[in-house]
Design a protein around this ligand. Structure first.
Ligand code: C5P
Ligand code: MG
Length: 215
C-alpha cells in the first residue's frame, strides 16, 4: 500500500478532530532512553492501546519517497532538535485517523516535546487524558542509548547527538511536563529499575487514572 501523504498544512480549526469521549490519548514522555518504547509495548499488550511514536512517524516520513520534508526532518533529528510542530502534529493526526477512524486508546510516545506541540494537539486533534512521565537520570539513559546504538541503526544514537538530545529535553521538553503537572495531569514513574519493575509502577498509575486491563 502506498504511504499516505501528510496532507499539509491543516487549516486552523476551533474544535478537536477527535472527541475525548471516543478517543483516549495518553502522552508518554521521558528523556531519550528512559524506556518509553519498552513500557508502551507492555501497555499495548495488556490494555489494548494503540502505540504511536512521534519519532518513528518522523523517521518514516523522512524515508518516504517524494516527501518534501525528508531532508529537513533528517537534519533536525541528527541535531536533536524539535521538528516544526505542524509536521509532527499532522503525521499523528493522520496516524490516529488511520486506526479505526480514531476510536480507542492511543499512547502518543515522545510527544509533546515542546509547548507549541502540546497546545496545538490538545486544541486541534484531541485533548489528552494525562501524561505518563518516565523520570530517569542522564547517566542511566546514556548507557542505555549507547547500548541501543550498537543495533538500532539510528543516526542519533551516538555520543554527540545524545548530548544534544539531553539538552533539548531539559530546555524544551521539561517545560511541557511542568505545564501539565500544574494541571494535575502528570503521573511520574521512576524509570531506573528493570523493565518489569518499572511496569509494576506503570500499572498502578494506569489504575489510578481509571484505565483497566483488557480481559
Ligand atoms: O522519540 P525519539 O527519540 O524517537 O525522537 C527522535 C527525534 O525526533 C527527536 O530527537 C527529535 O529530533 C524528533 N522529534 C520531534 N518531535 C517529537 C518527537 C521527536 O521533533 N515530538
Ligand atoms: Mg522511542
Amino acid at each position: 500500500m502506498a504511504p499516505t501523504s501528510p496532507r499539509l498544512p491543516a487549516p486552523p480549526k476551533d474544535t478537536p478532530t477527535f472527541s475525548p469521549e471516543k478517543t483516549s490519548v495518553v502522552y508518554v514522555l521521558g528523556g531519550p532512553g528512559a524506556g518509553k518504547g519498552t513500557q508502551c509495548a507492555n501497555l499495548v499488550r495488556d490494555y489494548g492501546f494503540n502505540h504511536l511514536s512521534a519519532g518513528d512517524l518522523l523517521r518514516a516520513e523522512q524515508d518516504r519517497e517524494g516527501s518534501e520534508f525528508g531532508q529537513m526532518i533528517k537534519d533536525y533529528i541528527k541535531d536533536g532538535k524539535i521538528v516544526p510542530m505542524e509536521v509532527t502534529v499532522q503525521l499523528l493526526e493522520n496516524a490516529i485517523q488511520d486506526i479505526n477512524g480514531g476510536e480507542g486508546r492511543f499512547l502518543i510516545d515522545g510527544f509533546p516535546r515542546k509547548m507549541d506541540q502540546a497546545l496545538k494537539f490538545d486544541e486541534s486533534v484531541c485533548p489528552s487524558k494525562f501524561t505518563l512521565f518516565f523520570d530517569c537520570p542522564e547517566d542511566v539513559m546514556t548507557e542505555r542509548l549507547i547500548n541501543r546504538g550498537k543495533t538500532s541503526g539510528r543516526a542519533d544514537d551516538n555520543e554527540e547527538s545524545i548530548r544534544k538530545r539531553f539538552k533539548t529535553f531539559v530546555e524544551t521538553s521539561m517545560p511541557v511536563v511542568e505545564h501539565f503537572e500544574k494541571q494535575g495531569k502528570v503521573v511520574k514513574v521512576m524509570a531506573t529499575k528493570s523493565p518489569d519493575e518499572v511496569y509494576e509502577e506503570v500499572k498502578k498509575a494506569m489504575g489510578q487514572r481509571g484505565f483497566q486491563m483488557k480481559q
